[in-house]
Design a protein around this ligand. Structure first.
Ligand code: PDD
Length: 290
């Protein structure tokens, strides 16, 4: 339920309707098995940021789960644009979820002709002037006990939600997840450090992390701006000793991390590399949004 804005128009399986009238079946496999994938696309100035990147990842996630594209990219784009317009979203996001469809509860996949359920809704909120981005994030570390295919953007988000909640309870903003002594990523963002010799380090792409669309964009922008990027795993200790730390995601862009497990990173304020990368990212994303 959206408590702060008027009733939104949402999209459910070919229908546009008020959010109060939108329903999905209790037999939806997304609901029963988390058998669904999703994408979150940022809206800036009423336009979509990196829509093609999100569509490419969507197709990959669907393929990895033996699901087909229920609609063409052009059709999905048209729905995104229609929802942005219908809800007057200037800044915020669009959430899109595609489940394997509705079938009686059975661990086996339903017949191939089962129709996927497509749901989309918007959320208006400040992204550029985010209060958290202005002050920098405090994070805690937690063990990464998620499943082994984090590269697939499934709606199976219970542990990230538990981790974020644990962070809030501990007076922090988010959690960085750690596996075998190395940081994988944040609860819903990719994680980076800037080493004492100025290199930007982030874990390389694998099944262990989500292949962030913002990560790919920031890689290009950072390289263009002369920063040296190193794709490798890093330990928590390296993060404590780092000059800076930050996260990236579609809805946080580049956001500085100023404290991990109570340890101030660098001088405990937003560092110049993350500040600059955020500025460049916002500039480019705003210009390229379509
Ligand atoms: N989360 N890693 C995880 C685990 C994520 O959930 C996300 C995104 C990212 C960053 O990916 P991208 O740059 O493509 O947004 C990395 C979205 C924003 C969410 O779940 O709301």
């Amino acid at each position: 339920m959206n408590m702060t804005s008027p009733i939104r128009t949402v999209y459910v399986n070919g229908q546009y309707c008020p959010e109060s009238e939108a329903t999905v079946s209790i037999f939806d496999r997304g609901y029963l098995f988390a058998d669904a994938i999703y994408e979150v696309t940022c809206v800036l100035g009423g336009k979509l940021v990196d829509f093609d990147g999100h569509m490419a990842r969507l197709q990959r996630s669907l393929g990895e789960l033996d699901m087909g594209m229920p609609l063409t990219v052009e059709e999905l784009l048209a729905i995104h644009r229609k929802l942005v317009a219908a809800n007057n979203v200037v800044e915020g996001l669009i959430y899109m979820q595609i489940s394997r469809g509705v079938a009686d509860r059975d661990f086996n996949f339903p017949p191939e002709d089962t129709r996927p359920v497509v749901v989309m809704f918007t959320q208006s909120r400040p992204v550029i002037e985010s209060p958290l981005a202005k002050r920098g994030l405090k994070v805690i570390s937690l063990p990464d006990i998620r499943w082994g295919r984090r590269d697939i953007k499934t709606v199976q988000l219970l542990y990230p939600s538990i981790a974020k909640n644990a962070a809030y309870k501990a007076g922090a903003d988010d959690a960085w997840l750690v596996q075998d002594g190395y940081v994988t990523e944040a609860s819903s963002a990719n994680a980076y450090i800037v080493t004492s010799d100025g290199k930007i380090v982030t874990r390389k792409l694998s099944f262990d992390i989500l292949h962030g669309i913002t990560r790919a964009a920031v890689f290009t922008l950072a390289a263009e701006s002369g920063y040296i990027l190193e794709e490798r795993s890093f330990t928590l200790q390296e993060a404590f000793d780092a000059r800076e730390a930050f996260i990236t995601s579609a809805t946080s862009f580049v956001t500085s991390v100023v404290e991990i497990d109570g340890v101030a990173i660098g001088d405990g304020t937003i560092g110049p590399v993350s500040k600059r990368l955020r500025e460049i990212y916002i500039e480019r994303a705003t210009a390229a949004a379509s």
